[in-house]
Design a binder for this molecule. Structure first.
Ligand code: SF4
Ligand code: SF4
Length: 168
């Protein structure tokens, strides 16, 4: 018979070792947990964000709200309606509408929809865009009151979302 076996005690039909029994009697696990809890109560570890009065800084590589960039020189969209972003999207949530300009023989963007509710912000569409027209910005305020509000049209993508301003 081993030493550990000799230490076993039968309690309420169960066998426990003396060490385990003492841990339970003296609430060792409870105090170990409380030690962790109280260590985190130290004021120097407490961090409070005053959002939305103060907007937090997000990581440099954070991918948030999509934006369809326009050319600042002429105010026209940078998008050439090539559809590569829609093809790259694993969720198939981008729909690009275009029509052929008979004079220039070029495709021109007409509509652009982006369903933010299904987006996982992987950035594949952004990477696929050959002209940097589609960009995932650092804006994180994507909440809306309706499901339909999560589907952004071309105007929203170009002008950016307009979240309700916070009043103190
Ligand atoms: S970020 Fe990813 S999931 Fe979202 S639209 Fe782009 S490719 Fe699709
Ligand atoms: S990949 Fe870029 S240029 Fe092509 S349709 Fe998408 S946003 Fe427009």
């Amino acid at each position: 018979m081993t030493g550990e076996r000799l230490e076993e005690i039968h309690l309420f039909g169960k066998s426990v070792t003396m060490g385990k029994l003492l841990r339970k009697i003296f609430l060792v696990d409870l105090f170990t947990g409380l030690k962790v809890t109280f260590r985190s109560q130290n004021p120097k570890y407490i961090y409070t964000e005053q959002y939305p009065a103060e907007r937090p800084k997000v990581g440099e590589r954070y991918r948030g709200a999509p934006r369809l960039n326009i050319n600042p020189d002429n105010g026209e969209t940078l998008c050439i309606a090539c559809n590569l972003c829609a093809l790259a999207c694993p969720e198939s949530l981008i729909v690009v509408g275009s029509e052929r300009n008979e004079q220039t023989k070029r495709k021109e963007l007409t509509t652009f929809t982006y369903d933010t509710s299904r987006c996982m912000f992987c950035g594949l569409c952004e990477d696929a865009c050959p002209v940097d027209a589609l960009e995932l910005t650092q804006d994180f305020e994507l909440a809306t009151y309706t499901r339909e509000g999560q589907i952004w049209d071309r105007q929203t993508l170009e002008e950016g979302p307009k979240p309700t301003p916070y009043k103190c």
